[in-house]
Design a binder for this molecule. Structure first.
Ligand code: 4NP
Length: 155
């Protein structure tokens, strides 16, 4: 199972989602699950995640090895699911790769508290905004993983 998480800059939200997914997959011994992340923008290509993303992750004991890339680095068939952080990421990805079809989803489609509400862009905010993003991603990821397990029993 290969997943691509998508945001705008690929330095705040999607690398956090990637790190959370990979951490949870390891905890579940899902050795064949891997996630990656990419941005719809080109502003930060090659950059490590924002220091505030790394800070919030490290407080939870989670590491990230991500370097920012654009979605154009990937092929539409490279992933089982493409998971966008907000509706503009979703629309930009849909426009670039219409053939992804229903394998393109919104992260918060799986949010049990605020389904469908975008993961807010924390870039112009502060640590509490990054902590809020972590909380949203953490609870949405549990449902997303449940969805993957139901879709592929035994994997
Ligand atoms: P992200 O946040 O999409 O969650 O990585 C952003 C990072 C950088 C910019 C915008 C959003 N930027 O405009 O540089």
């Amino acid at each position: 199972m290969k997943i691509l998480f998508i945001c705008l800059g690929n330095i705040c939200r999607s690398p956090m989602a990637e790190a959370i997914f990979n951490h949870k997959a390891r905890q579940l011994d899902q050795e064949n699950w891997a996630s990656f992340s990419a941005g719809t923008g080109n502003y930060h290509i090659g950059d490590r995640p924002d220091s505030r993303t790394l800070h919030v992750l490290s407080q939870k004991g989670i590491e990230s090895t991500s370097r920012a890339q654009n979605i154009s680095s990937y092929n539409p068939h490279d992933f089982d699911f493409w998971v966008a952080m907000d509706t503009s990421n979703l629309e930009d990805t849909r426009q670039a790769y219409p053939e992804i079809g229903d394998r393109l989803v919104l992260m918060t489609d799986f949010d049990p508290i605020s389904p469908g509400k975008p993961v807010p862009d924390p870039y112009w905010g502060d640590i509490p905004d990054f902590e809020e993003v972590f909380t949203i991603l953490d609870r949405s990821m549990d449902r997303f993983i449940q969805h993957l397990q139901e879709a592929s029993p035994g994997i």
